[in-house]
Design a protein around this ligand. Sequence first.
Ligand code: PBG
Length: 325
Amino acid sequence: MLVRPRRTRSSEILRKMVRETRMDKSSLMYPIFVQEGDKIEEEIASMKGQYRYSVDRLKYELERVSNAGVSSVMLFGIPKNKDLVGSEAYAEDGIIQKALMEAKKEFPNLYYATDVCLCEYTSHGHCGILKGEYLDNDQTLELLAKTALSHVQAGADMVAPSDMMDKRVQRIREELEKNGYVQTPIMSYAVKYASSFYGPFREAAGSTPSFGDRKSYQMDYHNKKEAIKEALLDANEGADIIMVKPALSYLDIIKEVSESVNLPIAAYSVSGEYAMVKAASSMGYIDEASIVCEMAASTYRAGTDIYITYFAKELAKYMDEGRIG
Ligand code: PBG
């Protein structure tokens, strides 16, 4: 036999030598939930192993992240009070703003991205200002720009708008430029599908819409061309990184988007993906570590550069151990 594909699979050293997908810890980003209060470290029921931290407890988690060798985090805030216009999203003493100031003081070497959206801050749970049942795109842009600016002023290294309003990247970019923050990258949740995989996150952040759903702004999962359209629009508006979300059911989209846009790609393995793995592994139906490695490798193989995952600390360890990488 001339050709035997099995030859290059015959030893661990050779398998690693011919590996087509390589990953390292510098591409991992870890999402963290921060909430108002004191001494809080509350496990999220649907996301075993993930917690909501008050600002005073955040440093202990940042230490674990840092020790694992993960160098960037994405912060999500859960405010004290929610109102119609999401005031605490852009308040100077809002939860993210306070968390950033503390985190940058305690762990200045970590890289801090923040999720920019209003849904955790509005009483109705939608991602902006409502006019009747219409989520008013253009009015919402103003508040998103304000929110992004206040995150950056509090110390955010990067902002990540996740609201899916049209033109928000441009509006945020203008606001940052106007205020002298010309170096702050925007990682746009450009390709964000209306997905049931966000269920556990909404429980964690108390951001389930009080009526209706997010289908009038997040994307229909039957669509693929639209993903390219969204990605290109955001690239033109000044996005520095394009995100696809969720990850696991959207590998085809990650591939297409990464081939169509000349920007780094991020993929977000969301709460529902995490919850499914945790539930199945707690029942003994799957081996958690192996599944987590396989999910990660498939996402990188599809074309992602950055992997945002609740398993970031574990993956960093698996990479250190040479289980994956
Ligand atoms: C805020 C936001 C959501 C997620 C990230 N940013 C929730 C949503 O759009 O409903 C989901 C993250 C996850 O499920 O892990 N808009």
